[in-house]
Design a protein around this ligand. Sequence first.
Ligand SMILES: [Zn+2]
Length: 215
Amino acid sequence: MALPPLIMTDSHYKDRLFALDSPDKIPSHWRGTPFEGLINSHNFGMGIESTGKPQLLIATCIEFRYALPVPRMHAYVIRRASGRLNGSEFSVAYAIAKGVRHLALIGHNDCGMTQVQPNRDGMINALVEEGWHPDRAEEFFDYHAGRYSIADELDSLEREYIRLKRLFRRLKIAPLFYSLADNKLFVPQWYLDLKAKGGLKLGDEVADEELLSVT
Ligand SMILES: [Zn+2]
C-alpha cells in the first residue's frame, strides 16, 4: 500500500493543520508534559526516557503504516480502527486508575475507516471464507460499519476529543494528527482555534449513557 502525499501538498488537509517543525512550536500548555516528549520523539528524533511508571495513554488507529516511537514502560496504548475510543472506555478508566493523566488522541491521513463501505464485499467475503454464514457476515458488517467508519479524519478527531473531554473531565487530552508520508505529528487547527477561544466549555452535566456511544 503506497503512502499518500506529504501532508502540506495535500489540499484536503494542509490548511487544517499546524506544523510542529521546531520544538518551540509545541503549544505552551503541553510543555513539560508527556505530550511534549511524544512530539519530540516523533518529530525531532529525541528519545523518551522511561521512568518505569505509566506516563501516557496513546489512542490511535490500527494502521500498519504507523509505528509508535515509544519505549516500553512508558505508555498504555489502545489501537483500534479509526483511533476512536467508543467501546474502549473501560481501558481508559483502567489507565487513569493506574495514574495516567494524559491522553494523546492521534488521528491520521488516508485512514481506511473513511473507506469502509467500498470494502463491504471484501470484508463480508473474508468472513465467509472464515466459515461465517453469509447472512451473519452481512449483519455483522452492517452493525459494526457505523461504529467504525468515519467521513473525515480531522472532523472525527474533533468530535471524539469533545466526547472524551465530557466523559473524562480531569484527563488532559492532546489531539494530534499523524501524516503517514511525513512520519510527523501535526496539531489540528480546530484545536488551536478552540484553545484561543478559551477551550471547551463544559457544563454541569455528568457522564451519561449517550456519551458512551458515538454517531
Ligand atoms: Zn486509520
